[in-house]
Design a protein around this ligand. Structure first.
Ligand code: PBG
Length: 329
């Protein structure tokens, strides 16, 4: 079909027509809302580089989660800031740890909300790396047992889903094995399968206080240049027992989301990371971009690329936008 017989503009004439032929539609069901949890009561520390996002004590996190629930967002993902850090990240797997307490309270107060936890040591270690450091290097196999222990402590506290983000080899299997042995065979694993060593995590590290104290994460997180390797990482995690696999970051990695979507039949997640959020916020604050428009366009693009689930700091704002703009006939 060619012009003038075919005129693509015919179906763009009105918003109602455009809605009828729209291929990708966002819904609050797509979103997972991240929360940063700190010790104390009534604590709210705004994150300077992430306007609208704050570290929250458990009491305030419950209120924030409730607000997300009311907007029909089905899930939150928790990151913890411990009281004390040490080389082995002890608080990460302590039954009295900040996240273990947060899980118990959230599940008690909001039983229908899906509570996901990030499983990684970097917020808990004094050196800020995602694993145990031996002779100046992040030791893969020594880290596996600690990650599994951390995931188990979350499961024991009642978490709905664990999400390992450390990028150690074999961690999905290590976690799956221990969970199964301890009777948590029904706790799913959302694996950060293709996680790249990205500068876009910068603002998150302010929020989670998890900047590495020496070196960088390039010996465990993936090279941003690699897409074939991303698929290999994803296949490995599927073989090891992941239930949902994730690509991270999202916006600069849409090609990888698409490839994973085409090859894997598990649900695919994408992490719209802190830097992606902060860029839009910063430009919008200066009046350089329409922040709401950019938010919706980016989230739509991530879904169009193939993501079923999107972890995003925009979750509440985007859900509010969708509610406000719900159209009649
Ligand atoms: C923990 C972790 C990080 C993020 C999620 N889990 C940081 C990192 O790997 O340095 C980043 C999320 C974001 O930037 O929003 N390892």
């Amino acid at each position: 079909m060619y012009f003038p017989l075919y005129r693509p503009r015919r179906l763009r004439k009105s918003e109602a027509l455009r809605r009828m032929v729209r291929e990708t539609k966002l819904s609050p069901d797509d979103f997972i809302y991240p929360l940063f949890i700190v010790h104390g009561r009534k604590v709210r520390h705004e994150i300077k580089s992430m306007p609208g996002i704050a570290q929250l004590s458990i009491d305030l996190a419950v209120r924030e989660a409730e607000a997300a629930c009311k907007l029909n967002i089905p899930a939150v993902i928790l990151f913890g800031i411990p009281e004390k850090k040490d080389p082995k990240g002890t608080e990460a797997y302590s039954p009295r740890g900040i996240i273990q307490q947060a899980i118990r309270t959230l599940k008690r107060e909001l039983p229908d909300l899906v509570v996901i936890t990030d499983v990684c040591l970097c917020e808990y270690t004094s050196h800020g790396h995602c694993g145990v450091v031996v002779d100046g290097e992040v030791h893969n196999d020594a880290t596996l047992a600690l990650l599994a222990k951390m995931a188990l402590s979350h499961a024991e506290a009642g978490v709905d889903l664990v999400a390992p983000s450390d990028m150690m080899d074999g961690r999905v299997k290590a976690i799956r094995d221990l969970l199964d042995r301890k009777g948590f065979e029904n706790t799913p694993i959302l694996s950060y399968a293709a996680k790249h060593a990205s500068v876009f995590y910068g603002p998150f590290r302010e929020a989670a206080e998890s900047t590495p104290q020496f070196g960088d994460r390039k010996s465990y997180q993936m090279d941003p240049a690699n897409a074939r390797e991303a698929l290999r990482e994803v296949r490995l995690d599927v073989q090891e027992g992941a239930d949902i696999i994730m690509v991270k970051p999202a916006l600069p990695y849409l090609d990888i989301i698409r490839k994973v979507r085409e090859e894997i039949d598990l649900p695919v997640g994408a992490y719209n990371v802190s830097g992606e959020y902060s860029m839009i916020k910063a430009a919008a604050q200066r009046g350089w971009i329409d922040g709401e428009g950019a938010m919706m366009e980016v989230l739509t693009a991530i879904k169009r690329a193939g993501a079923d689930l999107i972890i995003t700091y925009f979750a509440k704002e985007a859900a509010r936008f969708l509610e406000k703009n719900r159209s009649g006939c």
